[in-house]
Structure formats: structure tokens, C-alpha cells
Design a protein around this ligand. Structure first.
Ligand code: ATP
Length: 975
């Protein structure tokens, strides 16, 4: 079923003025106008003040519904939550959360009072009624749990003695509270009794603003499992989850006059609410079309509400405010957040278990095998009985006793074997969950390390400038007072360092858990195999042997099933990482566009004549922007990514094994290996410089049973031409991971290649149109590299990045030579070709081989003959098909073997190969290689050429300093 975009429903409730507020002489400043509008008046603004005379004191906010002090509990419920009930019993997730400052009425709305029950009871009553209506066609079970998040720890309110609980993400990506009490219930009253019991355990304390202030976020989770009662063998189970959250109130420390424990609670509450606010901000920007990374990991609350805010859930937010003039600031902040939350969109999808065809098929086979086992068992028993009842047989014979003994013994061992298999299954599941956590931690770690790396680079840049006394010094804030930047480290960097330490600790914890689990699994496997060896001695009949054989087969299938789920998870995680990279790239691209415009403007302002090569680069850049070529690529990625997520393009076919076996050996490999360690990550760089642990266990290779995390972000950019052996069963992962790691490359393969993700000629042409400018830039670069090779004096092993002139200071030169932009970018230099030569002895990359083969098979068509620099630009020969090379003179020097051409049925696009010489760049001292170039705000060097190359940009976004030839991660770029 297609996921649907749903906007968050945001309602606002204004409570009546409290006695305390009346005593303080507070006036009403929040007024409901119509059904959806709220007007808030600023009491502090002085109408007499001439400076403010023309400013409106009134601010208007529009919400889905606004309730004033006269609204009843029922009205609030009907207008906000009632509509969710139907969705929950159809297998959709739903969340209702009450938000607002302390004492604004959240608990009143959610829990209410006996006479006026709140949303909890009303929702549950309707839910049970609806379930009753479906009893004829479905089997339904409802369970609930009730817990609180207090000071960043989770406590079970139904069983407070169980200690602190952990948040986990299960294999399907939904958040679970490990070890929380789940009570099966059959009616709403029962749940209310449990809630009342649980509420007594909830942390409540009197504060200055509320006599019964809830100091924790309370979460009531209700899960509805529905099993269809069809005649079909394949059962359909849908699971709807409802979260009802009563958040703790935000508060201002000064206003609450809290001290000691209360103050610490307040800090935790505010921290988690701040994290929630940040997520709302980021998500609302996303909803408004601006990409933002949303950090749900900042607090337990946001991790828990991840689905509610940005994932699979119908969500209702009920914001609360007091109408009192004394609460203006809190009300204003709450209204702003709630208003922003209106932009958030979630993607709701029905939670159907066993919907995935291949998994359903395995489950079917397992249940069939189980059925056969039962049949065979009953046949054995029947035979035994018949034999006993046969009149001619002696009643008690010692051989029979022995046989009986052996049978009993076998049954015992068989029961043990089944138990051991089940235990293994559980452990494998837990391992998958742990792997998921590891991957999440890994992603967060990468993000924080990027922040730190950015800052380190910026610091180096500032230091370099302060040392040289360049004009930019004035623009660099850290230099203004001669500060080297240490003391002005931004807050987010300090936070990132803190987070890295926390994440390291969590990684160690997860790794320890995983190691323990792996040991237990290995032990369980040894035990099971001993039993398997023992069993044949007790097998006395062919039927028994058959039973055992089927038992083992069922176990094997279960293992494969888990493996499939794990590979699915892995694929999803890879996609998430790619999305992250793309988000960063988009941000950076916008910055680059601004920089290019600014550079041009300055050059024009100062009357600096633009040298021809640079002008050409500018034109290429504008052409690319105008054509939206990069957007095409991004769109292509999104399309591929979403279809991969939905499994519509690359669903794991039942004949997975065969299809992957059919693939060439190199296609079955994964982008990161089994026999060697992962490439060095940012963490290692961080660890090197900070003396922290060298590498986390998650970076090391796991064992066969474990599912490894995806590679660090930068390795995701390595196309699969740089392959190493896989860690999971290649059979199950190869077809899944390859396209996820490089969807655009996979998509660009001619139809029929690489495992059947065939695309129409039209689609391929459209994609090619999207890439043509990039191809052109690549071709131009290649020509320059050739030129540089040709001119002996200019061939450079070490590019003089440090001495590269600032473009603003550059004088136009009469002598044609390599453009400064070429020198700035190692990938565009002749060194690149040398690096290719160096690798000449190795096996050529499959993509390159494939491209070359394709070119060899067909006439070269539009490929243009090489021409010397001194020759006038030759007009490109008219190709038989449509040429993707526009008639730009530089393109005339494109290497013939890597041209772009197409015919009626086939598009050939050379693949871009991008490898990281990991061993070399790890040890290079980054600061010494910071070139003096135009920079972005973070101090990264930018060139107009680099602006045109998305791969290079992504590369830069990931924080690697371009280094000398052969050492930079990007130096092997060849297109
Ligand atoms: N709509 C309402 N009608 C009548 N009384 C209300 C209403 N909303 C809140 N109140 C009263 O206001 C007081 C504070 O409300 P409540 O405890 O629900 O606030 P809260 O937002 O949950 O605060 P905290 O975050 O500190 O727990 C309570 O005495 C409650 O009965």
C-alpha cells in the first residue's frame, strides 16, 4: 500500500484564568476569533511609545482548531482525536500529544477528571467499540503500556520496580521500549484503572506555577493486533499503535524559583523540549521544501516521537496556553512552535505483517513444514499404538522396552533441539536489533564528527589568515581580537564533542552487548550441533529421521528469514545515509551558488577582467544551474531511493539465490569487505587527534552471524567498481545493496544489465539529459589534464595549492596555461591520470571495462577526435543519434574511449569511478594542505570548477581536505 503524506493536525486550547492569576491582577491577552484564529496581545508594548506607535501589538495565529476556556473535554476530543480511531484499527499508527508550558492544562486535556474524562478514556472507549464492530471478521487483541521519561530515563509506570528501561529500534524501524510491561486488556475501564494506578507512580511535584506539576513526559501506548479470519493460508496481521503523550511543561527557571532537584528536573525537561522544538523546526523547514537534517537522537523524547513527527503516524498536537498577561512569553513561544509544527508532514503507511511476498513465502513454507512434522508425529504415534494393540505380539519384551526408551530419549533430545533452535532465533533477532542501533550510532557519530571536522578546518583557515594578515582577517570574527578561535568554539561544536563521547560510550555498550550475544549464540550453536550428532543414534525409524530432517530444514529457513530481514534493514540504513549525504550536499550547493555569484559581482565591481578559462567555467556553471542538471540527479536519487524503500524496483525475489548466482562474481561483492578492516573513518581521525579509542568494535569486522553496519559515510560515495567481499551472505545482500549504494549508476546502466532493473529508453534519455552538463564538465577537465600532461614544464606531481593565488588578486595572463581552478583541484590535474596509470597493473574497474566494451561494440558516433591546443577548435562531427556534447571547443579534446553517445535503443554513459586510496590519506596532515582559495563560511576551499561537480562537492561536504596528488580521497576521480 502506498504511503500517504499527512499534515500534522495542530489544535490550540486556552484554559480559563486560574485563581492565582486573577489574584495577581492578570488580564486576558489570548482571544479566540472564529474557529481557527487566535489573537495574542502583547501586554508589555506601550501604545504611548512613539517608536512603537505603528507597530501592531496583536499577533494572529491560525490553527486547525482553537478552543477557548468554554470548550468541553468532549468537544476537544471530537475535533482532534476521534478521527484517529478508525485508522488505528485498520493498522495505522497514531499519536496525540499535549504540548505547552507548565500549568497550561495538558494533563487536564489528556487525563481529565472523573466527571470530565480526558482524551485517554474517550479514545479508548471509542477504540474498544470499534473493535467490537469488527469481531466477526477479525481476531483482535489489545495491549497497553504506560511509562514516563523522567530526567532522561524511562520508567515503567505499571511496574516501577523494573528499573530504567532502554529505547530500541526494532528490525522494522519502529521504536520499542525494551522490557516494558505490556498488559492485555479488553475494555477501556480496565485501562483507566491501570492508568490511575500508574499515575500514582508518576513524578509529580508542586511548583510555583502548578501545584500538581508533572515533572515527566508520560506516554500511554496502546497496540492493537488484528488478524483477519479469512480462508486464506496467508494470514494478514495488521498492527496499529497509538501513543498518547502528556508532555512535561516547559518552564523558565527564573519564574519557577526552582532550586536543587526541581531545577535539575527543569533542565532535563527543557532539554528534551528543546530537542523537540529543534526537530519541529527542522521538520517544518523540510515540509516547506527546505532540506534539513532532523536530529531525533538528542533526547529520549524525540527518539520516541520520531515516527509521530517525521515518520509513519497520523499525529495530532494539542498546544496549550494560559490566557493570562503574566504568561505572555510562554504563550508566545508555545504558539510559535505550534504554528511551525503545522508545516510538518508525516508519511502514513498501514502496518501489515507478512505483506512482503518473499518473507510471507518463507513463513508459509515454515508453517507447511510444521504441519508435516505434526502429521508424521501423529502417524508414528498411531503406528506405535497399533503395534501395541496387535494380539499376536508379546506384551512386554525387553527389545521393545529398549525401543521405547530410545523413543523417549529421542523425544527429549528433539524437544531440546527445538528449544535450542528457538533460542537461536531470538538471539539472531536481538543481534539484528543491536546492529540497527550500531548503525544509528554510527550515523550520528559521523554527523558530529563532521561538525567537529568543519570547525577544525575553519579554525585552521582563520589561523592561516591571521598569520598572513590578509584582508579577510576583518571578516573573520575569531581574528578580530587576535583570538585563535579556541575560546570561541561554537556551542554546537562543544555539544558535538560531548555527543561523540556519549556515542562512544553507547557504542561500547552496544558492542559489549553484541559480543555477549554472539558468544551466547556460538554456544547455543555448539549445543545444537552436539544434539544433532546425538540424535541419529536414537533414531529408530525412517519417519523419525524425516521428522528431524524437516525440523532442521524449518530451522534453516528461519535463519534465512532473519537474514532477509537483516539485509532489508541494511538496505534501508544505507539509503538513510545517502539521504543524509544528499542533504548536506544540497546545503552546500546553495552556498556555492551564492559564492559564485558573489565572486563574479566582486570581479565586476573591481573591474577585474575575467580570464577566458574562468569565464568558461562560469558559463558552464550557470548552464548547469539553468538546466537543473543536478536537480535531475537528486530527483533520480529520490525516485530510486523511495522505490528501493518500497521494494518496488528491487524486491527480493523468491529466486534470489539463483539470480545472484547468475551475476558475475564482482557484482556479488559488497562495497566494504570481510577480510579487511573498514576504511579509516572520521572517528579514527578524531581519535588520532584526541587520543580517544582508536576504533570502535562496530568498525571492526563482525562474525558471520552478525550484520555489519554500513561503511562510514564517505565510502558510500565509492561506486561499486571498488568492491570487496561481502560480510553477509552475498546471495542475499548483493542485489539489494548494489543499487542502494549507487542508484544513479545502477540506473544508468543499459537495460538488461545488472540484474534486471531495466528502464525504458525514454527514461534513460531523460537521465542522460540530466547528466550531460556534468559529463561536459568532466570532459573539459579531462582535456585540461591532457593539456597539462602535454606541456612538460607544467606537469606537477605536487600541486602548488598553498601558493595558488587568490582569485581576487589574480591578474589576467597573456600566456595560456592551466587555469588556476585546474590547479586547485587535484582530481583535475594530470596526477589523476597518473594514479590511473599506477593502478594499471591492477584489474580494471568493472564499470570502466563495461564502458569500454560498450564503446568497442558500437561505432563511436559523436565522439570527437582529439585536437591539439594550438589547433582551432574543430566543429564536432554530427553524430548519427543525438549528441550529448554541445559544440563547445574544449569538448573536442575528449578522450575517444569515454565519449557519450546513444542510438535508438541504447544509451551509453561512462560511469564515474571514484575510489579512496585509504591507506595514504589517513596519515596526511590536513592543516598543512589547506589551500589559499576562495572559501565557504566553514573555510573549505571552493573553485568554480568544483562547484560544477556534484561528486567533488559531496566529497568536500564530507570534510576531506584536498591533498596532493595520490593522497586526496578524490584524486582518483576519472570520468
Ligand atoms: N480547560 C480547563 N478547564 C478547567 N480547568 C483547567 C483547564 N485546564 C487546566 N485546568 C486546571 O489548571 C490546573 C493546571 O492544569 P494541568 O495540571 O493540567 O497543567 P499541565 O499543563 O499539565 O501542567 P504541568 O506541565 O506542570 O504538569 C489544574 O488545576 C487544572 O484542573
Amino acid at each position: 500500500m502506498e504511503p500517504k503524506d499527512q499534515p500534522l493536525v495542530v489544535a490550540l486550547r486556552i484554559r480559563p484564568l486560574s485563581d492565582a492569576e486573577l489574584q495577581e491582577g492578570a488580564t486576558v491577552i489570548a482571544h479566540k476569533v472564529g474557529e481557527q484564529v487566535l489573537v495574542l496581545t502583547d501586554p508589555s508594548e506601550d501604545a504611548e511609545d512613539p517608536l512603537r506607535a505603528h507597530r501592531s501589538r496583536e499577533r494572529t495565529f491560525i490553527f486547525d482548531t482553537v478552543f477557548d476556556q468554554h470548550a468541553s473535554q468532549e468537544e476537544v476530543y471530537c475535533a482532534t482525536t476521534q478521527r484517529l480511531v478508525e485508522g488505528i484499527i485498520s493498522g495505522y499508527n497514531a499519536t496525540v500529544f499535549a504540548y505547552g508550558p507548565s500549568g497550561a492544562g495538558k494533563t487536564h486535556t489528556m487525563l481529565g477528571m472523573d466527571a470530565e474524562p480526558g482524551i485517554y478514556l474517550q479514545t479508548l472507549t471509542d477504540l474498544f467499540e470499534a473493535i467490537e464492530g469488527t469481531r466477526d471478521v477479525t481476531d483482535c487483541s489489545v495491549s497497553m503500556s504506560y511509562f514516563e521519561i523522567y530526567n532522561e530515563v524511562i520508567r515503567d509506570l505499571l511496574n516501577p520496580s523494573s528499573g530504567f528501561l532502554d529505547l530500541r529500534e526494532d528490525a522494522r524501524g519502529s521504536i520499542q521500549i525494551a522490557g516494558v510491561t505490556e498488559v492485555s486488556t479488553s475494555n477501556a475501564q480496565e485501562i483507566m484503572q491501570l492508568l490511575t494506578k500508574g499515575n500514582r507512580q508518576r513524578t509529580q511535584e508542586p511548583t510555583a506555577t502548578n501545584r500538581t506539576s508533572s515533572r515527566s513526559h508520560a506516554v500511554l501506548q496502546v497496540t492493537v493486533h488484528q488478524r483477519s479470519r479469512g480462508a486464506d493460508l496467508a494470514e494478514e496481521v495488521c498492527v496499529g499503535r497509538l501513543f498518547m503523550v502528556d508532555l512535561a511543561g516547559s518552564e523558565r527557571a527564573a519564574q519557577t524559583q526552582n532550586r536543587g532537584k526541581r531545577m535539575k528536573e527543569g533542565a532535563h525537561i527543557n532539554r528534551s523540549l528543546l530537542a523537540l522544538g529543534n526537530c519541529i523546526n527542522a521538520l517544518s523547514e523540510k515540509g516547506g521544501g527546505r532540506a534539513q537534517y532532523v536530529n531525533f537522537r538528542d533526547s529520549k523524547l524525540t527518539r520516541l516521537l520520531k515516527d509521530a513527527l517525521g515518520g509513519n503516524s497520523h499525529t495530532v498536537m494539542i498546544a496549550h496556553i494560559s490566557p493570562a498577561s503574566t504568561c505572555f512569553e510562554e504563550s508566545r513561544t508555545t504558539l510559535l512552535y505550534a504554528y511551525r509544527a503545522k508545516n510538518i508532514k508525516t508519511r502514513v503507511k498501514r502496518n501489515l505483517l507478512n505483506v512482503s511476498y518473499h518473507i510471507a513465502q518463507y513463513t508459509d513454507v515454515i508453517s507447511q513444514l510444521r504441519g508435516e512434522i505434526e502429521q508424521l508425529k501423529s502417524r508414528i504415534e498411531k503406528q506405535e499404538k497399533e503395534r501395541k494393540s496387535e494380539p499376536g505380539l508379546p506384551v512386554t519384551l525387553s527389545p521393545h522396552d529398549a525401543e521405547e526408551d530410545s523413543r523417549l530419549q529421542m523425544n527429549k533430545i528433539r524437544a531440546q533441539l527445538v528449544g535450542a533452535f528457538r533460542e537461536q532465533k531470538e538471539m539472531r533477532r536481538s543481534l539484528v536489533e543491536l546492529e540497527n542501533t550500531t548503525v544509528e550510532l554510527h550515523m550520528d557519530m559521523s554527523r558530529h564528527l563532521l561538525t567537529i571536522a568543519d570547525w577544525e578546518r575553519e579554525k585552521t583557515h582563520l589561523r592561516a589568515h591571521s598569520g598572513q594578515g590578509e584582508p579577510e582577517k576583518e571578516e573573520a570574527p575569531a581574528d578580530a581580537d587576535g583570538d585563535d578561535g579556541e575560546s570561541t568554539e561554537p556551542h554546537e561544536v562543544a555539544l558535538a564533542r560531548e555527543e561523540v563521547n556519549l556515542l562512544l560510550a553507547e557504542q561500547r555498550k552496544t558492542a559489549a552487548l553484541k559480543a555477549g550475544l554472539e558468544r551466547r549464540l556460538a554456544h547455543a550453536k555448539r549445543k545444537a550441533s552436539q544434539m544433532e550428532q546425538l540424535l541419529p543414534r536414537h533414531v529408530s525409524s525412517e519417519d523419525q529421521r524425516e521428522v528431524l530432517r524437516l525440523l532442521c530444514r524449518a530451522h534453516e529457513l528461519e535463519v534465512e528469514n532473519t537474514e532477509l530481514q537483516a539485509s532489508n534493514l541494511c538496505r534501508k540504513n544505507l539509503l538513510c545515509q545517502k539521504d543524509f549525504v544528499i542533504q548536506r550536499y544540497r546545503q552546500h550547493r546553495r552556498l556555492c551558488e551564492r559564492l559564485v555569484a558573489e565572486q563574479r559581482r566582486r570581479m565586476q565591481d573591481r573591474g577585474v577582467p575575467v580570464p577566458e578559462p574562468l569565464d568558461k567555467q562560469y558559463r558552464l556553471c550557470s548552464q548547469e544551474l539553468a538546466e537543473g542538471a543536478l536537480d535531475h540527479l537528486l530527483l533520480l536519487h529520490s525516485v530510486m531511493a523511495s522505490s528501493l524503500r518500497d521494494g518496488s524496483v528491487l524486491s527480493l525475489s523468491p529466486s534470489l539465490g539463483e539470480s545472484s548466482r547468475d551475476q558475475p562474481e564482482d557484482l556479488q561483492d559488497l562495497p566494504w569487505g570481510t577480510q579487511c578492516e573498514l576504511p579509516p573513518t572520521l572517528l579514527e581521525r578524531y581519535s588520532d587527534s584526541h587520543g580517544s579509542p582508536k576504533a570502535t568494535p562496530s568498525m571492526k569486522l563482525g562474525r558471520q552471524d552478525s550484520i555489519r553496519p554500513p561503511p562510514p559515510l564517505h565510502t558510500l560515495l565509492v561506486p561499486l567498481t571498488h568492491e570487496r567481499p561481502g560480510f553477509l551472505s552475498r546471495k542475499s545482500l548483493a542485489p539489494t545493496l548494489r543499487p542502494a549504494a549507487s542508484p544513479e549508476l545502477s540506473a544508468l546502466r543499459p537495460s538488461g544489465e545488472a540484474g534486471g532493473s531495466a528502464l525504458s529508453t525514454q527514461a534513460l534519455k531523460e537521465m542522460a539529459a540530466g547528466t550531460k552538463s556534468i559529463a561536459l564538465v568532466a570532459a573539459t577537465r579531462r582535456c585540461r589534464a591532457q593539456d597539462q600532461e602535454g606541456s612538460s614544464g607544467r606537469s606537477s606531481r605536487h600541486l602548488p595549492e598553498e601558493t595558488a593565488p587568490d582569485p581576487r588578486d589574480r591578474k589576467p595572463s597573456a600566456t595560456p596555461g592551466p587555469s588556476p581552478t585546474d590547479r586547485m583541484w587535484p582530481g583535475a590535474s594530470p596526477c589523476r591520470d597518473r594514479s590511473v596509470e599506477r593502478r594499471g597493473g591492477r584489474k580494471p574497474s568493472p564499470s570502466l571495462t563495461r564502458s569500454t566494451q560498450l564503446v568497442a561494440e558500437k561505432p563511436r558516433g559523436p565522439a570527437v577526435e582529439p585536437a591539439g591546443e594550438s589547433q582551432p577548435p574543430a566543429a564536432p562531427a554530427k553524430p548519427p543519434g543525438r549528441s550529448f556534447l554541445p559544440p563547445v571547443p574544449t569538448a573536442s579534446r575528449t578522450k575517444p574511449g569515454l565519449s557519450f553517445h546513444t542510438d535508438e535503443h541504447m544509451l551509453r554513459v561512462p560511469e564515474v569511478s571514484f575510489t579512496f586510496p585509504s591507506a595514504t590519506w589517513r596519515s596526511s596532515p590536513a592543516p598543512s594542505r589547506v589551500p589559499v582559495l576562495p572559501r565557504d563560511i566553514r573555510g573549505r576551499s571552493l573553485t568554480p570548477l568544483s562547484l560544477c561537480c556534484p561528486r567533488l562537492l559531496s566529497h568536500m561536504l564530507l570534510g576531506f581536505s584536498p591533498g596532493p596528488c595520490g593522497q586526496s580521497p578524490g584524486s582518483d576521480l576519472h570520468a
